[in-house]
Write a protein that binds this ligand. Sequence first.
Ligand SMILES: Nc1nc2c(ncn2[C@@H]2O[C@H](COP(=O)(O)OP(=O)(O)OP(=O)(O)O)[C@@H](O)[C@H]2O)c(=O)[nH]1
Ligand SMILES: [Mg+2]
Length: 207
Amino acid sequence: MDYKTSEPIVGPRSEDTLPASAAAAVKIVIVGGFGVGKTTMVGSVSEIRPLTTEETMTQAGVGVDDIAGVERKTETTVAMDFGRISLNEQLVLYLFGTPGQERFWFLWNGLFEGALGAVVLIDTRRLEVSFDVLGRLEERGVPFVVAINAFPGAPDHPVGRLRAALDLPDSVPIVDCDARDRASSRDTLLSLVRYLQHLTTATPETP
Ligand SMILES: Nc1nc2c(ncn2[C@@H]2O[C@H](COP(=O)(O)OP(=O)(O)OP(=O)(O)O)[C@@H](O)[C@H]2O)c(=O)[nH]1
Ligand SMILES: [Mg+2]
């Protein structure tokens, strides 16, 4: 058989290779309602070029997705985002961003498989887009932290009121973040990892 000569096979770029010291890799899901900044967060924090599956928004979302506050948004995730960050020399997080449009939520099953925890991004201008997301996450029993993504003009609710509005137990951490900012997104992931560590070391309360 005749094969055409193609581009030479190039090895992984140095940024794509894991450090030899990496001892644990953990799958984390970035989840939230439509347009809350999931793709932005994976992109800002990833140390490898992120994989995105953004497509131009179609009429299918009209009347379904609440775009108030994100009117200028033209693209939406149709499958997943993927990125990676080494939190330290041993611990590597694999990040999977979910699609926000409800018609793609069936993909959650695969994206959550094997995930140890989740970051739930919320936009305080549109809290209602988070209700179903949180409900579905609680059903799955995946531990999560809630990260308030800073959008311009977003109401600055006191944490207690936000916790009540979202019906979150006191144990669930709520943190501020700016998904566009690498350090802030990294801090959010650190909060999740600390929370996961706390859950594994905390002794169950005796009745
Ligand atoms: N001001 C501000 N804008 C943000 C922030 N995070 C994201 N954005 C903007 O908000 C819009 C939506 O961000 P995306 O990252 O696409 O949101 P998403 O949650 O992935 O959206 P879907 O995949 O469609 O659900 C984009 O135009 C971002 O530039 C933020 O922290 N602050
Ligand atoms: Mg997205």
